[in-house]
Write a protein that binds this ligand. Structure first.
Ligand SMILES: Nc1ncnc2c1ncn2[C@@H]1O[C@H](COP(=O)(O)OP(=O)(O)OP(=O)(O)O)[C@@H](O)[C@H]1O
Length: 285
């Protein structure tokens, strides 16, 4: 698709004689996929993410495609002279939403991240966690086709972190490309469709997932029966595993963070799938 973002032979250095931070980077975050970027400190992960978000331009090479993009930076400028709601409503309007729709979306995301009570608090008076929730809300507001998250979970409380995991699952299920950096290897572990490491000025694709990236955390087993044929592609993307146990009956395991979205995908499919059971992985069926 022409709108999809591609980095082609991209290099970046700061200053004409500065060392190359990145060189010869080729990257195409495909729609509906989750991409993890890892690597040691100071190797160029944030540089890469800013290039992906088109907030920075490469020194060499090309960036093509103009998906609707949202970005959560490592450090969010919290001291903005607006209330959270006003800031988000304004950004929603910038993304093309009507004022009413922008206000509704802003309220929705603030509520989801448990900070609806601070909608009218000036940004400068929000806690670090509160302003991080606004940073995340501004990115999700416009249903971006490309979502770029630079350590976006940092500073969020446990519930908000889980909510962001769910929002990522929703975006990929809706066909967006999501690219993220996070220092915690357990973050969305085992869920990435592609994993890359930045180091020594290059971007390398990891061929085998690192042991730490094996699916961890609580999973659910979901049994569904549906129309003959394949499970919806979105459901397969969300599931950690899927097997057909009988004609038309499938057993899926899914991280708890993705289970709401998986069930929604199955129940709203046309025709809808019938959910037979949901139980903890390895639990009684
Ligand atoms: N605006 C800038 N001007 C000059 N140098 C920069 C700039 N931004 C980044 N750098 C340099 O580029 C290199 C890569 O930085 P970058 O922030 O992309 O790495 P990172 O892998 O994201 O680091 P961390 O894991 O610590 O967040 C570092 O040496 C950094 O000092």
């Amino acid at each position: 698709m022409p709108g999809e973002l591609r980095l082609e032979g991209v290099g970046r250095r700061y200053g004409v004689r500065g060392p190359w931070v990145l060189r010869d980077v080729h990257l195409h975050p495909a729609p509906g996929t989750l991409t993890r970027v890892g690597g040691p400190n100071g190797t160029g992960k944030s540089t890469l993410l800013r290039l992906l978000a088109r907030l920075d331009a490469p020194t060499e090479g090309r960036v093509t495609g103009t998906p609707r993009t949202a970005y959560v930076p490592e450090r969010f400028p919290a001291a903005l002279p607006f209330t959270a709601l006003r800031y988000l409503t304004h950004l929603g309007a910038v993304h093309g939403l009507s004022r009413t729709a922008a206000e509704r979306a802003a309220g929705y995301w603030l509520d989801r991240f448990g900070t609806g009570g601070h909608a009218h608090t000036p940004m400068s008076r929000l806690s670090k966690g509160g302003s991080q929730k606004v940073a995340v809300a501004q990115a999700l507001l416009a249903e971006p086709e490309l979502l770029v998250l630079d350590e976006a979970w940092t500073g969020l409380d446990t519930d908000a972190r889980a909510e962001l995991d769910r929002a990522v699952a929703e975006r990929t299920a809706a066909g967006s490309a999501v690219v993220f950096v996070d220092h915690d290897p357990r973050r969305l572990a085992g869920l990435a469709d592609a994993e890359y490491t930045v180091g020594d000025g290059t971007l390398r694709r990891r061929t085998a997932p690192e042991p730490a990236a094996a699916p961890v955390g609580p999973h659910l087993t979901v049994e569904v029966r549906g129309p003959a044929g394949e499970l919806p592609a979105q459901a397969l993307r969300l599931a950690a595993s899927a097997e057909e146990t009988a004609d038309g009956t499938h057993r899926l395991t899914v991280p708890v963070s993705h289970s709401d979205v998986l069930l929604r995908v199955l129940l709203t499919a046309r025709p809808p799938w019938h959910v037979l059971s949901v139980s903890p992985r390895g639990g009684a069926r």
